[in-house]
Design a protein around this ligand. Structure first.
Ligand code: ADP
Ligand code: MG
Length: 338
């Protein structure tokens, strides 16, 4: 695992975290052996399918779930291990929940001020105002949650998590309640806002585009395990695990033999790894085509029955059932032993 940030001391350090839930017949282990570090000011994201343990990692860091094993360390302080745990309110960790969990009977200022401990009423109001200014909602302090759009509710939840000035901010699926159009734009805006504030963040999402838009480092999780923890480009270009190869980016693992790369290897073919070329050495049968913009995409079946996606060159008219020639143009494809 890449730990290139070792010149910057880690702010957050998870060491072989193991978290389970009581279940019929014993403990259900939801997070198993997760280790990672995050430097001050970095934005990290856990990425993986529903149920893989992302929220559980955040809840363990925030202090809502005990550890079976391992350790959580923030700024040199042990927050929790298998024997001891600081209560959530002493961890300097802010969490924004997936459903925002705003208090419907409190106005925006009331929501944001909820967890703020300040020496005076004026100091508390100043903290609330500052947090609302950061998220661009200073003029909405007297509104109630139901009077706000989804995007505004998200920003109130963010202001509430930021107001106590946490050392670490946790965001659980921050865009899941927003419509698709808004998500892409808000991911960029949220990243800019958090970077401007210098906030250290660990977020979770099941959406690769969100993780790529937001995070400096991304961890791919599957079935409670963290498979790889790297920057977006490294995950895409050098996945170290078959699941990561399949989950991040478009592409398929195909048998090396029909590509002339050997019997004992599976190779990651991305749409950009091959070109359609009359007389190309790899044979593929077109399954179907679709217009994706700016061009057409075809799904094609190779000799080993794997199906890959191809970007068709302009003017290349193909139909289901056609045979295509392909040429591999990636001279260093990612391979996994069979
Ligand atoms: P994710 O956030 O990646 O969707 P979770 O961390 O919520 O995944 O869940 C991981 C696993 O733990 C799942 O199998 C889920 O069913 C189980 N789980 C989550 N919360 C609880 C709970 N409160 N009690 C029992 N099992 C739970
Ligand atoms: Mg979750």
């Amino acid at each position: 695992m890449n730990d290139a940030a070792s010149t910057v001391p880690a702010l957050l350090r998870l060491d072989t975290l193991r978290v389970g839930y009581a279940a019929v017949g014993g403990l259900h282990i939801a997070v198993d052996g997760v280790s990672l570090t995050l430097a001050r000011g970095e934005i990290g994201s856990l990425l993986g399918p529903s149920g893989c343990g992302k929220t559980t990692v955040l809840r363990a860091i925030a202090g809502f779930e005990p550890l079976q094993a391992g350790r959580v360390e923030l700024d040199g302080v042990v927050l929790a291990d298998a024997r001891s745990a600081l209560p959530p309110e002493r961890r300097r960790v802010g969490m924004m929940f997936q459903d925002y969990a705003l208090f419907p009977h409190l106005d925006v200022a009331g929501n944001v001020g909820f967890g703020v401990r300040a020496p005076s009423r004026a100091a508390r109001q100043a903290r609330v105002r500052e947090a609302l200014e950061r998220v661009g909602l200073a003029d909405h302090a007297a509104r109630y949650p139901h009077e706000l759009s989804g995007g505004q509710q998200q920003r109130v939840a963010l202001a509430r998590a930021l107001a106590p000035d946490p050392a670490l901010l946790l965001l659980d699926e921050p865009f899941s309640n927003l419509d698709i159009d808004t998500r892409q734009r808000l991911a960029g805006e949220l990243r800019a806002l958090l970077k401007a504030a210098g906030t250290t963040v660990l977020m979770v999402t099941h959406d690769q585009a969100e993780a790529f838009a937001m995070a400096d480092r991304i961890g791919v999780m599957h079935a409670g395990r963290l498979l790889q923890w790297d920057d977006a480009e490294t995950l895409y270009r050098h996945p170290v695990d078959r699941f990561v190869a399949g989950f991040v980016g478009r592409g398929a693992l195909v048998h090396g033999a029909p590509l002339g790369l050997g019997e004992d290897v599976d190779v990651l073919l991305r749409p950009e790894s091959v070109v359609v070329e009359a007389g190309g050495p790899i044979r593929a049968h077109v399954v179907d085509t679709a217009f994706r913009g700016p061009g057409f995409v075809a799904r094609a079946r190779l000799a080993d029955d794997s199906v890959i996606e191809l970007e068709l060159p302009p003017g290349c008219a193909v139909r289901p059932g056609d045979t295509l020639g392909l040429r591999l143009i990636d001279d260093d494809p990612v391979g996994f032993p069979r």
